[in-house]
Each structure stands twice: as structure tokens, then as C-alpha cells.
Design a protein around this ligand. Structure first.
Ligand code: AMP
Ligand code: MG
Length: 419
């Protein structure tokens, strides 16, 4: 197929790809990186585990007390006001070496080993001590306030599965099973650049017709939040050699993101360069903002050609690129978490394609609601900056009146460790 034909195939007159289909196509293609590194627990935070980690010990290792109080035999304490003989102490790290016999109790602290014979702990506040005699106000619930060995993890249990993006709690779990280092996947290296002769780097004065390149900063932020390694390739002018050079550098990374230039109306040399360096498809995705997307390979790197409009670039990243990068990193992407909320103002929408409007969550007297941002133009970056969620309007949905329920995807949501 000629360049012109390929471009036309992704053109406005062909039926656009539903968003879910575009996402599925991308996720079908992208394979996780296989390189593995060994890191210590500090370095393992927000890395993707490459091996299953099993517990070599019970956690907790010993049956222990959940309270400060006295440990005894539950069967000794059936009547209120019973008195038992104090025979020793069990402190955290300093267990009692004897047994708790009938009619006896042992002073015990939180986390201390429950001595043999004992099965129940009574909290200190419900006791009265006089020398070696301890009086208990109430009868015992046998087994109360005792944490059995292996309650958290039993020896041999898989504590964490491969593919897990390690959270703060996971580091604690690894430490609790005594694992000092783990195997993780290499972090994807993601390059990005902006195309367009109208773009001027921030810090330089704009000539007539120029704008500052904002996409490289939003992408820097989005990629940094995701925790991948980044390489900023700068602004690539609309010149063949410049693009060739950028693509040659980008091809050494695991993924490449460009913004602008992939639209149907853009200079053909972008398509030419992409065809020369790799195998890239040009899609129209049935979503607003967004629409044009180039996806494919440049050598070993996955290439995502995002729209130039700042809001379109961000929304396309969130909906299509981020899940792909999570998968590339070796974890399973979480599908967008959606909540249904009433909208506080009318929304205008044409049926036919999916539309993401920018919204803000707010608490009303009736509960949580979402307010659409006033100006929804795909060039109005402030709509993203003021927003804390996307309002996801289904293709068949038309205008929505104030008070009607809509689907909302908060910006702050888990994107790793899907099912
Ligand atoms: P394009 O996809 O190249 O046709 O660009 C669509 C719109 O987005 C145009 O108004 C561009 O000026 C604007 N645009 C493209 N790239 C950037 C960028 N890096 N930063 C800000 N705006 C951009
Ligand atoms: Mg352009």
C-alpha cells in the first residue's frame, strides 16, 4: 500500500476504531520486557516483581499476644471474679520458658510469645493484681486476643506473585518473610519528542505564529508519575533529516511517544519516515478528544504517535499508552476505575463516538457529584489542569441534563496490578 493509501486508510472517511478495540489491539501486541535485575528492598519500591516470592517462615513466626495483659487457660476462667496464680512473664523478644498450668497465669505484653499451655489473653484493664494473685473481673472468651502463628502468611504460601508492581505494603511483606532482595523487571525506557515548526521551547521568546511546546512537559509528568525511565528528545522540526535522526535515537528505547504530525492533514514525510524506520499503522480512534493515533514498531521500540492538541495528547496517553506501558513493564494494567455520579450541569454531546469531558468531583448535600469544566476545547489545557477526573460519555449517549448520572474516571486511581 502506498503512503497516501495507508494514510487514507486511517483517514476521516473510514470507520473509526472504538476505543476498547484500539486498546485491545495495542495490549495484544505489546509484550513485557524480559530483562531481569536483582535489587534490594529499598530499590524495589514501584518496580515489577519478576519471580514469585514464597514465605520461608510463618508470619507471625510464633503464636503471640494482641494485648498487654495476662495469658491463661480459657477453661480456667468460666466464672466472674476468678483468681489465678501469677507464675512468670513473657515480653516481646523475651519469652517465658515455662508452661501455663491449670490455675495459673503469666504476665504478657503485645507481640510476646504465648507460652505452652496458655490459649487466651485477658487485657490488663480487666484485672486486679495483688502480689502473685491476679483477679479477673469477667469470664474469658477462650482464644481471645491471641494471634496464631502463620495468621498473616503460613510457611510455603506465595506472598507475592510475579508481575506485581511493588507498593509500600509489599516491601513490608517482603521484609516480614525475611527476603532482603528480589528479582524485578528492567524499567522500560521511554523516549518522547514533539513535532511542529510552530513550537518554541519554553524560555525562548515567541515569534509571530509560534507557541510554546507544552506537550513535552505534560508527557514528562505523566511518564515520571508512571516511574519509567525517560529520554526527552526535544522538539523535532518539520524536516525530514531531523525526524530521521530523532527516530534513529528513539529506536534504541523500548517505547517512543511523539505528539503532533500524525494527523491526516500533516506533511507526508512524517508518514514516510515512520514507514522507512519501522512498521506503523495509522488509526482513527472513535474518541474525543483524541482521534488520530499512530501505533507500531520502530526497530525494537513501540511507537505511539499522539495527537498534537495538548488535551488530546494527554487523554490518549491515559486511555491507550499508559496501559501499554504498564504491560511493557511486566505488570497487568488496571482498566479505568469508573464511578457513576450525577452531573451538576447540562452536557452537550453528539451521539456516535466516545467523549471524555474534563470534570471536577465535588461534595453536595446529596453526596458526591461531578461538575463539567466550562470550556471543553481540546486545545484548552487548563481544562485538564483544573480537572480531577474524566467524564466518560459512551458513544450512544447524546446530551445529558443536569442531575443525570454519568460515568466518571478519577485521575487518582490505581493503574498497576490489574486482575
Ligand atoms: P497537529 O497534531 O500537529 O496538527 O497539532 C494540533 C494542534 O496542537 C495544533 O494547534 C498545534 O499547534 C498544537 N500542538 C502540537 N504540538 C504541540 C505541543 N508540543 N505543545 C503544544 N501544542 C501543540
Ligand atoms: Mg503539527
Amino acid at each position: 500500500m502506498s503512503i497516501k493509501q495507508r494514510k487514507a486508510a486511517g483517514g476521516h472517511d473510514t470507520p473509526a476504531l472504538p476505543l476498547e478495540q484500539a486498546r485491545a489491539n495495542i495490549l495484544d501486541a505489546v509484550q513485557p520486557l524480559s530483562d531481569i535485575e536483582t535489587v534490594n528492598l529499598h530499590q524495589a519500591l514501584h518496580r515489577v516483581l519478576a519471580e514469585p516470592v514464597s514465605a520461608a517462615i510463618d508470619v507471625p513466626a510464633h503464636t503471640n499476644s494482641a494485648m498487654d495483659g495476662y495469658v491463661l487457660r480459657g477453661s480456667d476462667l468460666t466464672a466472674p471474679g476468678t483468681t489465678l496464680k501469677l507464675v512468670g512473664e513473657s515480653f516481646a523478644g523475651r519469652p517465658f520458658s515455662g508452661r501455663v498450668g491449670p490455675g495459673e497465669c503469666v504476665r504478657i505484653m503485645t507481640g510476646a510469645v504465648v507460652p505452652d499451655g496458655g490459649d487466651t489473653v485477658i487485657m490488663q484493664e480487666q484485672t486486679e493484681r495483688d502480689g502473685d494473685q491476679v483477679r479477673f473481673e469477667k469470664p474469658a472468651k477462650p482464644g481471645a486476643n491471641v494471634r496464631p502463628a502463620g495468621e498473616d502468611l503460613a510457611r510455603g504460601d506465595v506472598a507475592l506473585q510475579p508481575g506485581r508492581w511493588l507498593t509500600a505494603a509489599d516491601l513490608g511483606v517482603l521484609a516480614s518473610v525475611g527476603v532482603p532482595e528480589v528479582q524485578v523487571r528492567r524499567r522500560p525506557k521511554v523516549a518522547f519528542f514533539s513535532t511542529g515548526d510552530e513550537l518554541k521551547p519554553v524560555g525562548q521568546t515567541l515569534e509571530p505564529g509560534q507557541i510554546h511546546d507544552s506537550n513535552r512537559y505534560t508527557l514528562f509528568g505523566l511518564l515520571s508519575e508512571l516511574g519509567v525511565e525517560i529520554e526527552d528528545l526535544g522538539i523535532v522540526p518539520d524536516r525530514r533529516e531531523a525526524l530521521d535522526e530523532a527516530l534513529a535515537r528513539a529506536a534504541r528505547c523500548d517505547a517512543v511517544l511523539s505528539t503532533g504530525g500524525a494527523s491526516v492533514g500533516d506533511a507526508d514525510y512524517v508518514v514516510e519516515a515512520l514507514e522507512k524506520h519501522g512498521n506503523v499503522g495509522f488509526w482513527q480512534v472513535a474518541m474525543k478528544p483524541g482521534r488520530p493515533l499512530a501505533f507500531g514498531r520502530i526497530d525494537q521500540a513501540w511507537f505511539f504517535g499522539l495527537p498534537g492538541n495538548p488535551v488530546s495528547a494527554m487523554v490518549t496517553f491515559l486511555q491507550l499508552v499508559r496501559p501499554a506501558l504498564v504491560q511493557l513493564a511486566g505488570s497487568r494494567p488496571r482498566l479505568p476505575l469508573q464511578i457513576t455520579l450525577p452531573v451538576t450541569a447540562d452536557i452537550r454531546k453528539r451521539a456516535g463516538r466516545r467523549e471524555f469531558q474534563r470534570g471536577r468531583l465535588l461534595t453536595t448535600e446529596q453526596g458526591l457529584a461531578v461538575a463539567p469544566f466550562g470550556h471543553q476545547g481540546s486545545g484548552v489545557l487548563r481544562s485538564m489542569s483544573e480537572a480531577d477526573c474524566l467524564i466518560n460519555l459512551a458513544p450512544d449517549q447524546a446530551d445529558v441534563s443536569a442531575g443525570q448520572p454519568v460515568t466518571v474516571e478519577p485521575f487518582a486511581q490505581p493503574v498497576w496490578n490489574g486482575d
